[in-house]
Write a protein that binds this ligand. Structure first.
Ligand SMILES: Nc1ncnc2c1ncn2[C@@H]1O[C@H](COP(=O)(O)OP(=O)(O)OP(=O)(O)O)[C@@H](O)[C@H]1O
Ligand SMILES: [Mg+2]
Length: 372
């Protein structure tokens, strides 16, 4: 397979994208259901007699062909959210509530055996630090061919050919397809991992920090590749990264997580140009760009809370410059604005929604406040 031309008409409609599928929708799928709807997901880790509330009531959706970025400081639950979707949690991890609906099918209710119909075939994942996760004694081509052969029930020859085509598509020349992982550069190994994630032609690919360990040139190439695959294959992406500039370039929407919950979610431009949640404001303010002097960047003082015993109310309150008495007592309800942003913060009482609208922050409670 050589590089596919980028279609002239963009974006593709959901029907176009579903029409490109090589494999039929799962039997139980509702063709009119959204691609992915995660509702009130709660994934905790057992530690002795207690639970680490790593993901504690997270909801979001993903449409056909869309790219959603997940941002947030270390340990806020990004990887755990992703691993919950494919149900590859460590032994002490458990989904204790909520649902992950794919085409209207709740994957949380599925047994491990049933999950095999969906994992890799419908949702695949490039793991954090995956570059070193390839088996060192098996040729990359054969590592990619294996899931094609066994999960899609393809003959060995055809599976190998598809593996070589996939490697070619991600920029690894055909003649290098029989290399062992150590014979490839870091960037090439990362591409091989992406090829592996694409092996079964999934509807959704989750990339957990897929470019973090790479130099900026290779990083740019990998991001271009993901963008092209998205357009050519109608792929939907969930991209997890600390690097906000990567999200700004690649994603349609951004979900900002803090301490296992959603702080804010919305169209990428709104999140970066008019962040509403004080945490998002800090996060955006703490990120360098070419025009800022690194010494003048805002620092988010303090640490995220211990998720074994998270604080009541808003989990960001102990670090928030705008915290009010209510913030330490009551979990902030989620408020939706007409510009497609939702925020969980007491600075935006539900009664403000009509007045705040989609324009600027000026009309909001936060806009009127001076930082304490
Ligand atoms: N197996 C485990 N047992 C107990 N706690 C865990 C386990 N795995 C993760 N955690 C905890 O769950 C929380 C969320 O971790 P997670 O790896 O999802 O964070 P993250 O946002 O992906 O962080 P990073 O940006 O560093 O990758 C953290 O507090 C972490 O310590
Ligand atoms: Mg992580």
């Amino acid at each position: 397979m050589t590089e596919q031309p980028i279609p002239a008409m963009l974006p593709l409609s959901p029907a176009d994208i579903r029409g490109r599928r090589q494999w039929p929708l799962p039997k139980l799928a509702d063709p009119n259901a959204p691609l992915l709807e995660v509702r009130d997901l709660k994934t905790h880790f057992r530690l002795g007699r207690a639970w680490v509330r790593a993901v504690d009531g997270v909801s979001f959706g993903l449409a056909d062909g869309e790219a959603l970025g997940i941002a947030g400081e270390s340990a806020c639950g990004k990887t755990t959210t992703a691993l919950s979707m494919v149900q590859l949690l460590p032994g002490n991890g458990k989904i204790r509530g909520g649902s992950v609906e794919l085409f209207g099918i709740d994957l949380v209710q599925k047994s491990e055996r049933a999950m095999q119909r969906y994992r890799w075939r419908e949702i695949s994942m490039v793991f954090q630090g995956a570059m070193n996760a390839l088996n060192p004694v098996i040729r990359v081509r054969d590592q990619i061919a294996e899931p094609i052969q066994y999960r899609l029930d393809q003959p060995e020859g055809a599976a190998r050919q598809r593996a070589i085509d996939l490697l070619d598509m991600v920029g690894i020349p055909r003649k290098r397809a029989d290399a062992y992982p150590h014979e490839l550069s870091g960037g090439m190994r990362q591409r091989a991992m992406i090829a592996m994630a694409l092996a079964c032609d999934p509807a959704i690919v989750i990339g957990d920090e897929p470019t973090t360990a790479l130099d900026v040139m290779v990083q740019a190439q990998i991001l271009d590749l993901l963008e092209r695959l998205r357009r050519d294959l109608g792929l939907s992406l969930i991209l997890i990264t600390h690097d906000l500039s990567v999200l700004a370039e690649t994603c349609d929407r951004v979900l900002v997580m803090y301490a296992g919950r959603v702080a804010e979610e919305g169209p990428v431009r709104r999140i970066f140009t008019a962040p509403r949640h004080p945490y998002t404001r800090k996060l955006v303010g703490s990120f360098p760009n070419l025009h800022t002097d690194r010494r003048s960047l805002a620092v988010i003082q303090g640490q995220p809370p211990d998720l074994l015993t998270p604080p009541p109310g808003c989990r960001f309150a102990p670090r928030c410059d705008f915290a009010m008495p209510v913030c330490t007592e009551v979990v902030p309800p989620e408020v939706r604005f007409s510009d497609g942003v939702r925020v969980a913060c007491h600075l935006f009482p539900t009664s403000d929604i009509a007045t705040v609208g989609g324009s600027t922050l000026e009309g909001s409670t936060l806009g009127d406040m001076t930082q304490r």
